[in-house]
Design a binder for this molecule. Structure first.
Ligand SMILES: [Zn+2]
Length: 121
């Protein structure tokens, strides 16, 4: 019973964070920690429940690919792995500066705004 309750609360929290995740697919982000620090990249995919994002060309992990046919050779390819959203900063497309994201309600819709230039993102 208690475990059920804890599970329900954590799902609720995850949904809440999902709603508030400030980085979305297609955004340009600046990596602020880890080995790709100070590099910019495009968000390929967002995982709001895990609070992680997949950024083009960042956090590359080596993966072995098995040959599909006998005459083919096995290969090692580099595939981006998800990184925590706290390790990046959004780059504002309007002022091109790394910024924090704010929110504004316009016509009952929540829109994201750049904290540096105040424009809609
Ligand atoms: Zn801006």
């Amino acid at each position: 019973m208690r475990i059920m309750l804890i599970r329900m609360i954590s799902i609720k929290l995850a949904l809440k964070f999902a709603y508030f995740m400030k980085i979305r697919k297609g955004d340009t982000v600046l990596i602020i920690s880890g080995k790709d620090r100070r590099r910019k990249g495009k968000v390929l995919k967002a995982f709001p429940k895990e609070l992680k994002i997949l950024v083009e060309g960042m956090n590359l992990k080596k993966k072995h690919v098995r040959p599909k046919r006998e005459e083919e050779k096995g290969q090692i390819v580099q595939i981006p792995a998800p990184i925590p959203v706290s390790n990046v900063k959004l780059v504002c497309p309007k002022c091109t500066k790394p910024t924090r994201v704010g929110y504004k309600i316009v016509d009952k819709k929540k829109i994201r705004i750049c904290k540096k230039c105040g424009k809609e993102i």
